[in-house]
Design a protein around this ligand. Sequence first.
Ligand code: PLP
Length: 439
Amino acid sequence: MSHVFPRHTKSALPTVSHGKGVYLYDKAGKQYFDGSGGAAVSCLGHGDPDVTAAIKEQLDTIAFAHTSFFTSDPAEQLADKLIAHAPEGIERVYFVSGGSEAMEAALKLARQYFVEIGQPQRRHVIARRQSYHGNTLGALATGGNAWRRAPFAPMLVDTTHIAPCFEYHGRHNDETPFDYGQRVANELETEILRLGDDSVIAFVAEPVVGATAGAVPPVEGYFKRVREICDQYGVLLILDEVMCGMGRTGTLFASEQDNVRPDIVAVAKGLGAGYQPIGAMLCSAQIYAAIENGSGFFQHGHTYVGHPVACAASLAVLTKLTDGGLAAGVSTLGDKLQTALEQEFGNHPHIGDIRGRGLFRGLEIVQDRETKKPFDPARALHKDLKKKTFEAGLVCYPMGGTIDGQNGDHILLAPPFIMTDAHIDEITSKLRIALDQVL
Ligand code: PLP
């Protein structure tokens, strides 16, 4: 009997044996194309010798020194590199061990900022219905899936949820994409006014929505309007780039493409590319100054903040993404992947939408393409898709709850940036095998 407490207790999993490049292998010798990097983690694929060498070198130097006493070269260099590529105004980096921690730190910093500047009455967070921000209590409260929050409701911080910017489902036929974006962005203002115009801490959003909706980018102008509203009411804008960041959409920060200036950004997943558990919360000079000129102490902190080995691994990853130009190639490969998916599934009676940016793509499964009606959630189609794609040797990320966290199914693809054109065929043909068996 295994003593590991697994994610799901009712399914037995194969044991992974090793990974090489874009492939994973289990102990029975079966090969899988890693088409989702777990959940958008393994952007460099598996067994990257440069990252492994950086980890080994760091282990031989110093594995751990607590950040109450020391800073370290890898942490300093990694922060410099991140800031060199970060959105305008972002100046400081707070390292953590993953995405939920990054979001938790973001929420706490936002609240502490207002305490430091004498606005302690600000206590509400506004987020969006189609979102996932992590599983710790603060991050869970901001996430949009009601079913995830439900069992923990009495323990969650005060968050309300407005509509996402989800053109496929939300835009009316007589509306331009731009007008649609303005309409849903304006829901933020309505919600701020409903809660009290000086009572909101932050608005939280994923620039490109990941696991909950299947790679949903915003329409043009949406985030510009969001920024205006945040500025008008002194609300901080927290962007969750845990899944869509670090080159995944073709730019290091996904929000670059929407020309939006966040106050706080959370990153993880691709930051360590799976070689080490690491995340980061980046904040503006203004927020940092409030702490520096106030208590001088961000009331947060975990033992492994700024772990030298994790930072060294991440520095090697980021060097490849930026100086090595890997992130820059993502848009081209992503466009090719989109074209191939459209060619293969564009007329499929149950694929309603194929969308995304860069190597972050989603296929939405619908019962009826005309009405966009989803399949009955009781059918749990995404579970069958996960099983069949896996059997076909493709690791991807089928999920349910695409619409308002309750209905709908989609498949999320987030393959490694080192893939080639040849792998595009492999993805589409394996997807075809699985889809033909399920739909
Ligand atoms: N935010 C987003 C957008 C995510 O997709 C995830 C994880 O999937 C998280 C936060 C939480 O990250 P982690 O699982 O590393 O805690």
